[in-house]
Design a protein. Sequence first.
Length: 292
Amino acid sequence: MTCVSTNYSYCTGCQSGAYLSSGACVTICPNISYADTTYHLCVACVSPCLTCTSSTLCTSCVVSTLFLINYSCQSCLSPCYTCTGSQTNCTSCNISSTRPYYFSNGCLASCPSGYYDGGSYNCLACLLPCSTCTAGTNRSCLTCINGYAQLGTDCYSTCPSGYYSNGTNCLQCNSALCLTCTLSASTCLSCVSGLYLYGSSCQASCPSGMIILSNSICSSCTSNCVTCLTLNTSYCTSCLSNNYLFNGVCNTSCPNSYYNDASGNCIRCSSPCSTCQSVSSCLTCLDSTFFV
């Protein structure tokens, strides 16, 4: 061991097993240096090594963008900006490269289908029911998953009122006719004010022999009825030809003690008639002492 003549505590050389570091002899060199066993010196690691075991063997690197491979600090292989495990196993991408988007330990020219740029060139999965999207909400869809139809940037399992699904998109109903529709713009389920639903079409009036229900739907009366009550389509108010109205029912003949008048109604015979063919023409009498 040697030292400065004017300062016996400031070493200039060390015995075997010790290493000179900043005027002191130490047995273990500081973290960012290595022990030179030939000259018994602590020698600073050389960039890009942060820590090392010799001038050529790094144990860590000065910057996180360098990757330690076989004691050598090497850059990740482009387009990786940072990596782990290998130079091609990316943890981020070089945004100046032609493949700046990070996805599943790799770098891509753009995010794959079903993913969007979540910021900082990271590809994140679209939220359902979006199939493809522009952002991380379920109201930023470009396309929809199966079973949903698109309207603007939204996806619907059932299209909003006034729209119908063609399997892919929600399309507007014919606003001059349909309030709601299905299958096509003019296949109506309900009508705009002033029109009436007949089948799947909206018309200014219902066909002859039909009534308008309270929900503006044209409805047929029960068989043999020409007209019926709006709230009860089985209660007839007039009948087809050769049918006669009795208590809301159309029959081919009137019951006993009734006759059919010129309007097709069954009218009760008047006393003393038991059966009759008109108001004044008896067929049989109530009292057996009377004779026709």
